[in-house]
Write a protein that binds this ligand. Structure first.
Ligand code: KIV
Length: 279
């Protein structure tokens, strides 16, 4: 590409074409400034429903609403130039029927401009994914640990060990057959993730799924050290921005208390009236 070629956003077909190629780089983002930071480095930016936990202080993703996803999706799209944006369908917005899923997926796409949605579930979501993809909604699937099912799974555990492995493989094959253009594998053992990656013709994107997936995704606040309530084993901290921010806030508080901030360089001089004009 020439240096002056216009940047065009990556599309689901481009991601599909990357199967087995250079590893796909994916991160979440929820705001415009962070989307601007992520965009030049990533193939995919996900407006994840993890936003509920990392930005809104919710105990799980279950309380995330369509309105929250739309607001954060619009913010991310304002900072998006070349990465492919995907927006999560929140809990309760797609499970009831394919028609409900289409109504909400099309609303997410229309109101944010994101070219694709992500939803959780394998075999039992086959018909819904097929319904959406047949009607112009590109779907990224999400199997293995599906956080919206935390209450039926009994916690955020590894999924796909032993007898469960065949079920996760069946989920992977089902979402591919339904037309998903890629699939997130969350917290699945690395041998199983590798087998799924070799079996499927669509890219697998791993989070806690080992190095053999076609790409990797992390929650941005986890990898920057901004969300520290808990830290899954699969999170690598690339920075400690939470600590840096805490130190900066403590410095500010100390300077305000000592009246050493604001200094003259942060203050505005009075405009004195010219001599002889002050009546
Ligand atoms: O909501 C999210 O951030 C996700 C990623 C963890 C894949 O679904």
């Amino acid at each position: 590409m020439s240096a002056n070629a216009p940047v065009r956003p990556t599309l689901p077909v481009d991601i599909l074409a990357r199967k087995g190629g250079k590893s796909l780089v994916c991160l979440t983002a929820y705001t415009t400034p962070v989307a601007r930071l992520v965009d030049p480095h990533c193939d995919v930016v996900l407006v994840g429903d993890s936003v509920g936990m990392v930005l809104h202080g919710l105990p799980s993703t279950l309380g995330v609403t369509m309105e929250m996803m739309i607001l954060h999706g619009q913010a991310v799209m304002r900072g998006n130039a070349q990465a492919m944006a995907v927006i999560d369908m929140p809990f309760g917005s797609y499970e009831e029927s394919p028609q409900q899923a289409f109504r909400n997926a099309s609303r997410l796409m229309a109101e944010t401009g994101a070219p694709a949605v992500k939803l959780e579930g394998g075999v039992h979501m086959h018909d819904t994914i097929a319904f959406l993809t047949a009607r112009g909604v590109p779907v990224m699937a999400h199997i293995g640990l599906t956080p919206q099912s935390v209450n039926t799974l009994g916690g955020y555990k590894v999924v796909g060990r032993d007898a469960d492995a065949a079920r996760v493989m069946a989920d992977a094959e089902a979402v591919q057959a339904a037309g998903a253009f890629s699939v997130v594998l969350e917290k699945t053992p690395e041998g199983l993730s590798s087998r799924i990656t070799q079996t499927l013709t669509i890219p697998t994107i791993g989070i806690g799924a080992g190095v053999h997936c076609d790409g990797q995704i992390l929650v941005i606040d986890d990898m920057l050290g901004l969300f520290t309530d808990f830290r899954p084993k699969f999170v690598k901290r690339y920075a400690n921005l939470g600590e840096t921010a805490s130190e900066a806030i403590a410095d500010y508080a100390a300077e305000v208390r000592a009246r050493s901030f604001p200094g003259p360089e942060h203050s505005f001089a009075d405009v004195l009236p010219a001599k002889g004009t002050n009546k």
